[in-house]
Design a binder for this molecule. Structure first.
Ligand SMILES: Cc1cc2nc3c(=O)[nH]c(=O)nc-3n(C[C@H](O)[C@H](O)[C@H](O)COP(=O)(O)OP(=O)(O)OC[C@H]3O[C@@H](n4cnc5c(N)ncnc54)[C@H](O)[C@@H]3O)c2cc1C
Length: 245
């Protein structure tokens, strides 16, 4: 049976403390520009204030001195959108050529599953009529794809050949490491209203989390509304309205 998931999820691979410490490095680097370094005086509070100043002035290149790594579990559709971001990012993604869709990494073709990400806002039990008279629900279809992949493998097809029949909703794991400037850019594009629901949903949750861990870097984003499926979308506030501390 295919394992059905209703959207992407993420795990930040750095600790909260590591994320906060990146701000100290940003202040140390940024003060070099202004020749305003004061030995031993940088604290998390001073660094937060410094980061706010950089963002208000649009001096975001200094934010490239810090960043984080996030592991996303989402569909191949999501990961394709993710890897379009090229600048200041490193990726490591699960292979469909070398990873067989076997449970727990075991090569048992009678006992394996594929994970499929389906829209949380659709009824996945709904029966859909096919021209040949069959009625299949989205869950039935995911199971059919798994059955066919297994049959191909059992008849001797290698994973790199059988993968051609796996769906765009196939679950994948990808680790994304980027600097803060690029995370801000990716969140601006991907948590916004025009983005696809899957990436928008996971980026929205990531944003809200980051706003509580490193607020100085993300507090200039706000929720702008909710879409027809009840999912929130986000955008930047007007930079001129930011408080100049
Ligand atoms: C809602 C939405 C719909 C989309 N639809 C499509 C689609 O239909 N088809 C499609 O192909 N793509 C589509 N995309 C992907 C989009 O075109 C970008 O490839 C993707 O969003 C990556 O963003 P980026 O170009 O900012 O790249 P990043 O790698 O994130 O780059 C960051 C920034 O660096 C600068 N930069 C990067 N590369 C260069 C360069 N070569 N030269 C100069 N400056 C550069 C730019 O300022 C850029 O914004 C869509 C994206 C979104 C958000």
């Amino acid at each position: 049976m295919a394992r059905i998931e209703r959207g992407s999820r993420y795990t930040i691979l750095n600790t909260d403390d590591e994320l906060k410490r990146t701000l100290l490095l940003i202040e140390a680097a940024g003060r070099t520009c202004y020749r305003s370094e004061v030995e031993g005086k940088i604290t998390y509070e001073s660094a937060s204030k410094f980061a706010r100043m950089l963002i208000k002035r649009g001096h975001e290149s200094v934010l490239e001195h810090g960043g984080m790594a996030v592991k996303f579990t989402g569909s191949r559709g999501y990961s394709h959108e993710q890897v379009r971001h090229r600048v200041g990012v490193a990726y490591s993604q699960e292979s469909t050529r070398y990873v067989d869709y076997t449970k727990g990494g075991r090569m048992d073709l009678d006992d394996f599953e594929i994970g499929v990400i389906l829209p949380p806002h659709r009824n996945i039990d709904e029966l859909v009529s096919l021209p040949d008279g069959r009625e299949l629900s989205p869950i039935d279809m995911a199971n059919e794809l798994e059955v066919y992949y297994r049959a191909l493998r059992q008849s001797g097809w290698l994973p790199e050949d059988a993968r051609q029949f796996l769906p765009i909703g196939l679950e994948t794991n990808i680790v994304v490491t980027a600097n803060w400037r690029q995370w801000r850019h990716m969140i601006e594009e991907r948590a916004a209203k025009p983005a696809h629901w899957e990436i928008r949903s996971v980026y929205g949750k990531l944003l809200v989390n980051l706003q509580s861990v490193v607020p100085a870097l993300f507090e200039d984003f706000e929720q702008k509304g909710v879409d027809i499926n009840g999912l929130p979308y986000y955008g930047l506030v007007d930079r001129r309205t930011l408080v100049n501390e």
